[in-house]
Write a protein that binds this ligand. Structure first.
Ligand code: SAH
Ligand code: SF4
Ligand code: F3S
Length: 451
């Protein structure tokens, strides 16, 4: 132990990709001898892993940064880093805005944190935003959970949805090899992880960029093949994946999910809008009829599957009637969960330049109406769990009630029940559901043999 142990803090904004990147960067910092600090104020190195999906996400970063930049005047050896999607979007401009920064690094550079920091410690102010081929990370991520883990399968996105910054900030699609993915999963299985979520912005694109089949010809490179290839990893009991794109979602994938017992009956398939003209303006590449057919097919194979999605209201030019088509889709399908957002114009995206931008009032009114419908439908969907026995993977104590533990059902509903976290953590427990709420459940564990 050195006299003054160097300590780091990471604040993560945004999606699961960013959370996964943060875990890898934390792992790199720990191999460099840094120790985790719970509070940013106790840290000598602060890293903000940022999101720019909507303007309010971006603004939040500046307010956090402002505070730490001031602190740097009193503590000049404080290292300040901005990583992630705002870093990529703003690049050098971020240094002009916040000259106290030491390092600005885009998401593709997450695995290269050590080299970048060495340049910083040599006295340089560094900007790393050039597109690169993402190299496999050899250090161990410092994962938040010991039960569930994320594994990236494809980075980037080649779609060009007209509202979206992701392709600008995350770069082109880069698939990891099936072997690298499986090796990471096997290690997780050995360490006691029970559930793995495979990640990609457009996970159905997996493998398109990989060179042909492997020499042994064991598997081709589609996401469906990958699922089959990794399904039997020892120790791992559950598999999930996100995010699916309706344009590429296949019946073959649904059939494979139905056949593979570890794959949970939960699909996250954003539809964005229930109106065909808007879908076209968004360049999504499918119609609402096609989306409904996908859901029908899922329900044919897996009648009880949980369905979640993302939707945007107030896209440029959206009329009241077009918005009502979104309401209608939500009404008809009955999502278990829906992430909703008011459209936010983003730099470097086509839709931001279009006329017919809607007022904030109209957007927030539509958002409220949609959210109201979403919780009504989610409450209806929760009803089906009442009295049923659901398998819950126990992840943690209920922070609001230490006599209870919490975990998720296969359909991804958060579930609470009375129990001791020390004996139950990581266990798959059959639980009889006694109380249902729109987005969570409460139950009682079922004694072995009493089923
Ligand atoms: N790859 C995923 C989504 C990634 S971004 C997909 O294709 O569905 C996560 C969600 O943020 C999107 O599904 C969309 O609903 C929302 N979003 C993206 N850009 C947005 C914008 N400019 N304004 C409002 N919401 C946006
Ligand atoms: Fe954005 Fe579309 Fe790519 Fe999703 S598929 S990340 S919405 S561009
Ligand atoms: Fe945000 Fe970047 Fe994810 S913009 S949603 S953190 S890909």
């Amino acid at each position: 132990m050195t006299v003054s142990q160097r300590r780091y803090h990471i604040t993560t904004f945004g999606c699961q990709m960013n959370k996964a990147d943060s875990e890898r960067m934390a792992g790199i910092l720990e191999t460099m001898g840094f120790e985790w600090a719970e509070e940013p104020e106790q840290a000598d190195l602060i890293l903000y892993n940022t999101c720019t999906i909507r303007d309010n996400a971006e603004q939040k970063v500046y307010s956090y940064l402002g505070r730490q930049a001031k602190r740097k005047h009193e503590q000049p050896d404080l290292t300040l880093i901005v990583a992630g999607c705002v870093a990529q979007q703003e690049g050098e401009a971020l240094l002009r805005r916040v000259p106290e920064l030491d390092l600005v690094m885009g998401p593709q550079h997450a695995n290269g944190l050590k080299d970048l920091l060495e340049q910083v410690f040599n006295g340089n102010q560094v900007v790393a935003t050039e597109p690169i081929h993402i190299v496999e990370d050899i250090t161990k991520p410092r994962r938040d959970s010991t039960i569930t883990a994320w594994v990236n399968v494809i980075y980037g996105c080649n779609e060009r949805c007209t509202y979206c910054v992701v392709p600008n900030v995350r770069g082109v699609e880069q698939s990891r090899t099936p072997e690298a993915i499986r090796a990471e999963m096997e290690e997780l299985g050995q360490q006691g992880y029970k559930e793995i979520t495979l990640l990609g912005q457009n996970i159905d694109a997996y493998g398109r960029d990989l060179p042909g089949s492997t020499a042994e010809g064991r598997h081709q490179h589609t996401f469906t093949d990958l699922l089959t290839f990794v399904h039997d990893v020892p120790g791992v009991e559950r598999l999930r994946f996100a995010t699916s794109h309706p344009r590429y979602f296949t019946e073959r994938l649904i059939r494979t999910c139905a056949e593979l017992p570890k794959v949970c009956e939960h699909f996250h398939i954003p539809f964005q809008s229930g109106d065909n003209d808007l879908l076209k303006a968004m360049a999504r590449g499918y119609t609402q009829e096609k989306y409904r057919r996908i859901i029908d097919t899922i329900r044919r194979y897996l009648p009880d599957a949980a369905i979640s999605a993302d939707a945007i209201v107030g896209f440029p030019g959206e009329t009241e009637a077009q918005f009502e088509n979104t309401l209608k889709l939500v009404e008809d399908i009955g999502f278990d969960q829906l992430n909703t957002a008011a459209y936010s114009p983003r730099p470097g995206t086509p839709a931001a330049l279009w006329e017919k931008q809607l007022s904030e009032e109209v957007k927030s009114d539509r958002l409220q109406r949609l959210n109201h419908l979403v919780s009504t439908k989610a409450a209806e969907r929760s009803q089906r769990y009442q009295g049923r026995i659901e398998e819950v993977l126990v992840e943690d104590q209920n922070p609001k009630d230490p006599t209870q533990v919490m975990g998720r059902t296969r359909g991804n509903r958060l579930t609470f029940f009375t129990g001791d976290i020390h004996t139950l953590k990581g266990q798959l427990v059959p639980v009889r559901i006694t109380e249902v709420r729109p987005f969570s459940l409460t139950g009682k564990p079922v004694e072995a043999g009493a089923v």
